[in-house]
Write a protein that binds this ligand. Structure first.
Ligand code: FAD
Length: 275
């Protein structure tokens, strides 16, 4: 039987928007100062962000801070994300969390880490990228592979070319422009040269489900083990604490048993239609 969630997981902590950084036409990063410190999130966890009077949505931490200051990178796709992405500095929001199972970083020491992102999937990976550039993960090596629809849809372009350059980023787009210097095609075109010895690889992958499926298939075709591939499943989540059942996939509640799962756990579940 599941343990009862603490009451505080159901009541939002108020947070002040300290800074708003525009990333893309439809995407911003909010830096939040929480009025009461929460547990420090681990990379890959998420919060339920509440836009008062509008709604509450699951949003990953794109910066894990120290529990009182966190970042979220948010794409405007509907009413609640519109309210969040149009916040000005000084605005008040609610935040519940951190929730869920993040990336399993305990597997990384001594391994070759491949961080593989598609589109907005780079947001939940950003704290891992930052730890990898800081050299705190204990990996033998690390590389970043990012795919996007087009150059102007590539998240964190400045950070990729400056602070993250030590991860030898391999960038690909579906539709290039005349000035584009990266690859053209799916992110998998960069995998062959990135893998090296497949027995040493740990891959963490985030993006649209179809992208994660194709990347996992390509990694396994190149002899990376399914349990050395981690993916993040973004199903419709409403309570965040395994009560409402919206995110249930087979026996798992992806809000508490995920969103990060190993590929051998995730693959059979992806055949289940979202509710
Ligand atoms: C664990 C988790 C982490 C997430 N992290 C982020 C993040 O870091 N940044 C971010 O911008 N978004 C993130 N999302 C997605 C975000 O929760 C949805 O975009 C949001 O719920 C949409 O709400 P809305 O009211 O703005 O739009 P709605 O009107 O509810 O939806 C607008 C459109 O978005 C689609 N949609 C709704 N929820 C999702 C979802 N979970 N995944 C894909 N499409 C969805 C709907 O089907 C609809 O087509 C995350 C979701 C989960 C479950």
């Amino acid at each position: 039987m599941r343990s009862e969630p603490a009451v505080t997981t159901l009541v939002p902590t108020m947070a002040t928007v300290e800074a708003v950084r525009r990333e893309l036409d439809d995407t911003v990063t909010l830096s939040l100062a929480l009025s009461e410190p929460s547990l420090t999130p681990t990379p890959g966890q998420f919060a339920m962000l509440w836009a008062p009077g509008v709604g509450e949505v699951a949003i990953s931490y794109s910066g894990v801070g120290d529990g009182s200051r966190v970042d979220h990178t948010i794409r405007d796709v509907g009413a609640t994300t519109r309210a969040l992405t149009t916040c000005e500095p000084g605005a008040e929001l609610g935040s519940r969390g951190p929730f869920g199972r993040g990336w399993d970083l305990s597997r990384l020491p001594g391994r070759r880490l491949l961080i593989i992102a598609g589109g907005l999937g780079l947001a939940p990976l950003r704290p891992v990228v930052e730890a990898a550039t800081a050299g705190t993960l204990g990996t033998s090596s690390a590389q970043l592979l990012v795919g996007a629809r087009s150059p102007d849809a590539m998240l964190y372009r400045d950070e990729i070319s400056t602070h993250w350059a030590s991860l030898e980023p391999q960038l690909t787009v579906d539709h290039a422009t005349d000035t584009w210097k990266g690859g053209v095609g799916p992110v998998t075109i960069a995998l062959g040269s990135a893998i090296g010895d497949p027995a040493t690889v740990e891959a963490i992958v985030c993006g649209p489900e179809i992208m994660m499926r194709v990347v996992a298939r390509e990694l396994m075709d190149r002899d990376v083990a399914p349990d050395a591939i981690q993916v993040s499943l973004e199903r419709n989540m409403q309570c965040g604490v395994a009560r409402c059942g919206h995110c249930q996939l087979g026996p798992l509640f992806t809000c508490v048993d995920g969103p990060v799962l190993r590929w051998d756990e995730a693959e059979p579940l992806l055949a289940v239609r979202e509710r």
